[in-house]
Design a protein around this ligand. Structure first.
Ligand code: ASP
Length: 356
């Protein structure tokens, strides 16, 4: 027995001694990788309230102040959660709720109208630590579609639910249900009427001619948020009413993971806004993350390349907000303006509307 114990002690001693030698041999690259994956010990948040033809000359100072105040309220909501050690997912959801409840933005309460004068809302959310995601499309009775997207992610085996089924799931999960008339706003109805009155609009077959009057007439107005929490986890979410005068239960990029929303702890978290068809075709959010991952370039370089070159060359308009796993932020757009705000770990707030 004594001999066995002595033998085991020897084995243990040499096994422990060998350990550092093995790791030392595998290192340089691994250490670099590990460094990248380590939590940055910081946090931050960035939001958008839509991009588009947002020009100073078309804006009153009251309207501008109202937009800025709402963006500030929203981002502060998320920032407090992050500051207190909450998760990026929680921050994204609660921040988007503030914007969804405001008639100023094309999401939740302020959703735009379909051609048939209904409201069909889309949303998605993604957890960068697990690559888990949830999304909903074409819901008309759910007050806060981002909450439903999160329910889909956490409490269903699916990623994307649509229409009546999604609404039924919302009821089962006890989310707040509203009458579809909750989403009626006079301003959005006026825009729809104006677009419908334009000649030839109803017969347009190509995406460009169908959307041309819409793009010229209105802003996109979707809302989105990307956040990095103190635990090093990234999350992103997007919520929208889609595009004015959309037909045939059209679904845009906002509920499409990889197009409207993407989050991956090894790269960044992104939310898009703009002409959805192009964001789907360009897989814009994932493309930015993939460029960072495969080319090893920064968030700033990747978002510039995707928005200013690839999306623009495709003919698409819009922008993104994004944050990487070190807390660097990007707010890139190729339109006249984008409602946007960001706040870092020190509480420094930046709000923007027009191209600077
Ligand atoms: N991207 C949205 C869509 O195409 C619209 C927007 O960003 O406002 O549905």
């Amino acid at each position: 027995m004594k001999k066995v114990l002595i033998f085991l002690s020897f084995v243990l001693f040499f096994a422990c001694k060998e350990q550092p030698k093995e790791t030392a041999e595998t290192t340089t690259q691994d250490v670099a990788k590990e460094e990248l994956q380590k939590p940055a010990n910081t946090f931050g948040i960035v939001i958008h309230g839509g991009a588009g033809t947002i020009l100073k000359e078309n804006m009153t100072s009251e309207k501008e102040a109202a937009y800025k105040a709402k963006l500030k309220e929203a981002i502060e909501t998320g920032h407090v959660i992050l500051k207190n050690g909450g998760t990026s997912l929680e921050a994204v959801e609660k921040t988007i709720n503030i914007l969804e409840d405001s008639p100023l933005f094309n999401a939740g309460k302020g959703a735009v109208f379909t051609y048939n004068e209904t409201n069909e809302l889309d949303a998605s959310i993604m957890d960068g630590s697990t690559l888990n995601a949830g999304a909903v499309a074409g819901v008309s009775t759910v007050k806060n579609p981002i909450n439903l997207a999160r329910e889909v992610m956490i409490n269903s085996p699916h990623v994307l639910l649509s229409g009546k089924g999604a609404e039924q799931f919302a009821e089962e999960r006890n989310l707040e249900i509203v009458d579809p008339s909750y989403f009626y706003t006079e301003g959005r109805m006026k825009v729809l009427k104006r677009i419908k009155d334009k000649p030839n609009h109803a017969d347009s077959k190509s995406a460009t001619s169908f959307y041309d009057p819409i793009i010229k007439d209105s802003k996109f107005g979707t809302v989105g948020c990307a956040a990095l929490d103190k635990h090093g986890n990234l999350a992103a979410g997007t919520s929208t009413g889609g595009m004015t005068a959309k037909k045939w239960n059209r679904i845009g990029d906002s509920p499409i993971i990889g197009a409207g929303t993407y989050a991956n702890n090894t790269t960044c978290a992104i939310s898009s806004t703009g002409w959805g068809e192009y964001f789907i075709r360009g897989m814009v959010a994932y493309d930015i993350s993939a460029m960072m991952e495969y080319k090893g370039i920064s968030l700033e370089e990747a978002s510039k390349e995707v928005i200013q070159n690839k999306l623009t060359n495709l003919g698409g308009t819009g922008g993104i907000v994004a944050i990487d796993n070190r807390g660097n932020v990007s707010m890139e757009f190729n339109t006249a303006g984008m409602y946007r705000a960001t706040m870092n770990a020190d509480g420094e707030l930046t709000i923007g509307i027009y191209k600077e």
